[in-house]
Design a protein around this ligand. Structure first.
Ligand code: GLV
Length: 327
């Protein structure tokens, strides 16, 4: 069944080729910036489905004007940019791309831990400034990760993969805080479930892997940072809205925690004059958790497959709101 699909960015070609092979007619937004919401609405009006991503605002305003859409296929595992409840009420199914970016994102969380612990970005910047003096026996000192305790906030696919890396590389003890228990993961990681306050108080590294939701928005605020160890490292590769940035800055300035590694900020992009960027024990990356050739290509295939299967046989392999299809 030939359909008109709006493709909101230039996604990796593997998935695009699959859609073309099925003879779908694609309109690809080829600018380097995302569409404004008005551009997105105008363009969607003339299409049957959209292939979109986390920078596209698919809220009630969008959905009310684009209620004709037959499907929304999200190129990302997270979907907090989409008002899924509203899409469900309108009967629009939403697909996403879980699993294929797990390893890439866990690698980045793990990398951020080392980068922060050894002040890698800060030390690199000293060279750029021409400040590489002679070997300094007491300078540039970081901390070691071996045998430390990892606290995972949100023990889903990416949290588990990150914890596995930490266990294998550094024999870390793992505790976690999750909405529900995860006995399989507990067995795999020898991990213990704890409440939020215990996670904060007992972890040497807290790594955030939950979804952004009304329950998790801003949970890492000054009150939470005050409960962490002054030697702790805070890592967030999930969504910037889960921590309060001004509180994090204050916590680092006051020495309430030792360091932070962020792949996500709020807002994104982070402004170039953000004080976090000048801190010795902070490493900030521009939301690149899934940015490997392998993961992005697989995400493109999955997002396309969700559309193809939907139009071929009415099923979506990775659906966010399955109740719509069952109706
Ligand atoms: C990236 O942040 C994603 O949700 O896939």
């Amino acid at each position: 069944m030939k359909k008109k699909i709006l493709v909101t960015r230039q996604y990796p070609p593997a998935g695009i080729r699959l859609l073309e092979k099925e003879n779908h007619v694609l309109t690809i937004w080829d600018k380097s910036r995302s569409m404004t919401q008005d551009e997105l609405i105008r363009a969607s009006l003339d299409h049957d489905a959209i292939l979109c991503t986390l920078t596209d605002r698919i809220d009630a305003r969008f959905l009310d004007q684009c209620r004709h859409l037959e499907m929304i296929s999200q190129f990302a595992v997270g979907f907090d940019n989409i008002d899924v409840k509203h899409a469900t009420q309108l009967g629009i199914p939403v697909g996403h791309t879980p699993g294929v970016l797990t390893r890439a994102t866990a690698d980045l969380a793990f990398g951020l831990m080392i980068a922060v612990a050894r002040k890698m970005i800060f030390n690199h910047k000293t060279i750029l400034r021409g400040e590489w003096g002679s070997f300094n026996p007491t300078g540039h000192l970081g901390v070691e990760l071996k045998g430390k305790r990892l606290g995972v906030f949100g023990l889903g696919r990416i949290g588990i993969e990150t914890a596995l890396l930490c266990k294998k590389a550094y024999d870390m003890d793992v505790i976690y805080c999750n909405r529900t228990g995860n006995p399989d993961a507990e067995a795999l990681l020898d991990a213990k479930p704890v409440d939020f306050d215990t996670l904060l108080a007992k972890s040497d590294i807290v790594s955030v892997h939950c979804v952004l939701s009304p329950q998790t928005e801003g949970v890492f605020d000054l009150k939470a940072f005050k409960k962490m160890k002054p030697t702790a490292i805070f890592i967030n590769t999930a969504r910037g809205g889960i921590h309060r940035e001004t509180d994090l800055i204050q916590a680092l300035e006051q020495g309430l925690i030792w360091g932070a590694g962020l792949d996500v900020t709020d807002p994104e992009p982070m402004s170039a004059d953000n004080p976090l960027l000048d801190m010795e024990t902070v490493c900030v990356l521009p939301h690149v958790g899934s940015a490997t050739v392998e993961a992005r290509s697989a995400m493109s295939v999955l997002a396309a497959t969700n559309l193809i299967e939907f139009y071929k046989n009415g099923t979506i392999p990775h659906i966010v709101n399955p109740e719509v299809i069952k109706k």
